[in-house]
Design a protein around this ligand. Sequence first.
Ligand code: GAL
Length: 652
Amino acid sequence: MSIPNSDTLSIGVCDYPEHVPQNEWAEHAEQQKALGLTYVRLAEFSWAKIEPTDGVFDWQWLDDAIATYVAKGLKIVMCTPTATPPAWLVQKFPQILAIDAQGHTMKFGSRRHYDHACETYRKECKRITTEIAKRYGQHADVIGWQTDNELGHEGTAVSYGGASAARFPKWLEARYQTLDALNEAWGCAFWSQDYSQWSQICPPNLTAVRQPNPSQVLDYQRFCSDMIDEFQQLQIEVLRALSPDRFITHNFVIFAEEFDLYKVAKNLDFVAWDSYPIGMLEFFATWESEETKTEFARTGHPDLVSFNHDLYRGIKGGKDFWIMEQQCGHANWAQYNPLPAKGAVQLWSAQAWAHGASSVTYFRWRASHMAQEIMHSGLLQQDGRADRGYQEVKDFDPSQFALEKVDAKVALLHDYNSLWAYNVQPHNKDLNYWHQFMMFYTALRELGVDVDIIHPEQLADKQYALVVAPALTLMDEKTARVLTNQAQSTPIIFGPRTAFRHNSGRVANKGQFELIEDIVGIKLANFDSLRPTLEQAICCENTKTEFSATLWCESYEATSAVVTHTYTHGPMVGLPAVTQKDKVSVIGALSAGLISSVLIEALSGAGITTYRLPKGLRLSRRGNTTLVQNFNQQAVEWQGITYPGVSFTRLK
Ligand code: GAL
């Protein structure tokens, strides 16, 4: 969904009128309109301003602010302010506070200090959402809503005590019905963990020797995900009733992993996410080398950013999404916060569009004079002068970007249960689910291939030329059936650790691949977690090309598959590293070269053109346009055309 009546990209800004004197509002709104912005996002942290004390409301400032924007022709995206319960509310209901893994109760003084399972807090959120929706839900210029702000971000999805601890056993009882079933699913025979009453079950923190049961951790993750889902749903219901015909969305975060986005986004009209390409490189991409981080320090890494775009486009099955917060200067929350290169703000905006964004909202209008985000930039500096991003937005013409369809032919399968199961026992300090996933994603992007990132269940909705499942480590009967069907018509490539665990988090009785052995035709021989100084050599049976793998290697016993690549040294010498049965391949080793070479062959078989793109140059297609993006600071030549540093070029 886009801004009503817009068939091209829209741009807007996050603004905080409550942070600046009222006599400056009109000038700001005027500048925003002149900059080509069409809407402002408001009020996501404003609870204490709206309701300064229990039951006493002050709407005047917000009424005035809205009137000021509207007078200049701007639309409003309104937020529920539930990310910041005020001091009086915390004092009245201290039980709403979350408890961290060390058992400490969170204190007031920041944001998202609440336990999503807490009924008292849910009631309060319903109450404030009702009030704000009653006031603005039918306002002609309020076009839509954002619920809360970045649900569960910064480690706030989980509370290890209070309401969550009390609700967890009940949630388990509904899931398992009997304690026998739970004891079996969690493997409680191990270390004498059997439960004889539901009330004995706790959240998985502070266990002796710091190793909670991984199945318990997995279920706690699922439970917290459900709590967030329920928490948000209450707000959605209020907004639907009191603010009909307006959109409802939520601003999710970079590499969100705290909850199942497919479930939590289900009742939203579309998803939005907050894009901070530079912070993302510094903070999330723990696997990137210092060299790569330096190269992309001022633009962010193209694949990390586009991965999140593709992920969010896929969450609701290929729908346009919004960027609800777009970095437009330096951020404040990473270890290092360099200034973006000149051109980066435009490049990010165009890239977002190419991957399916219908709207880009810059964060924030004016840099804050106060509190936690003093060190963060905005389009305006603290003193009100235009900052670097301002000029870039001024020179960016969103009407050039038509909202056509992104139509990728390759699907990458992603699933939160696999993510949680993988990360609970990564078995290698330098490895996690996203890292493995990104090796396959980057390989495809380096080849100039567009991808959809989808849940396996979404395979039923669209026919792809190639399906890649980089890290589908948790396999249940339903997914196995979907994949078995898919394998009849579509080539599938699986990565390491595929189908290692069942839904409970346990390994299947017959080991890895039990549920999909018919289509892969292999059993696991061994897995090998490599320390940074170890490598494994692999040779292609056909071409005799050699590859080197790091981090993780597994070898197989082929029961009915053909062996295409074999380990040539080390403890797995002579054993299969890559196999193929009919349309299904399994890659057992983490080697960028090997992954790329298997993909090239499969893509060529599927009739998809591949390129060898220079580092930092990327292609993304939307409708009939190919957007060439150069994330390098220097110009790059490709196929006879020179692309300037930090730029985008539209090819028709
Ligand atoms: C986002 C958050 C904003 C602001 C911003 C700073 O994660 O939603 O409120 O804190 O980061 O970069």
